[in-house]
Structure formats: C-alpha cells, structure tokens
Design a binder for this molecule. Structure first.
Ligand SMILES: [Zn+2]
Length: 83
C-alpha cells in the first residue's frame, strides 16, 4: 500500500479525506450503490464515499446509504477485504 498517489477531496460536510488517484469502485452490500470509493479520513479510518452528480459534491455513504440505519459491520468488512 506504499507509494500510491493520493488525492485530497472535501466532502459536503467540509471533512477532508484522501482517495487513491487510481481507484476501483466498490459495491455497497446494504443498498444497490456500486459507485463507492473507499476514502481515508484524517484519523486514518476507511470510509465509503460517492460522488453525487446531481448536487456536485462528495458525500459519505454512511450518511447517504438508505440502509445505513440497519448497518451490519460485517457487510462493510466484506467490502474492505475486497478492496
Ligand atoms: Zn449503501
């Protein structure tokens, strides 16, 4: 995971996260979203984000996901392992 070029982006909340310049899309196991990108927060935590093309902003999928309330961590761990 060393020497991967990263890009700093700002979410709609104003939080800054980094994503790899060359990324792969991940799929949410909670909803049908398949355009998620794993970002890294300033605290070093992984967070799925997606670009809202209507609003033109990046948003955390934790707040965006319609299934977020029923979230099971195992579902997200699956994604992390895939990534
Ligand atoms: Zn989702």
């Amino acid at each position: 995971m060393n020497n991967i070029p990263m890009k700093l982006i700002t979410l709609d909340t104003g939080a800054e996260v980094t994503i790899p310049i060359r990324f792969e899309y991940a799929k949410c196991n909670g909803c049908s979203a398949d355009d998620l990108i794993w970002a890294t927060t300033k605290n070093g935590k992984s967070m799925p984000i997606r670009y809202d093309t209507i609003k033109g902003v990046w948003i955390s999928h934790f707040s965006d996901c319609p299934k977020a309330n029923g979230f099971r961590k195992s579902a997200w761990l699956l994604l992390i392992n895939k990534w």
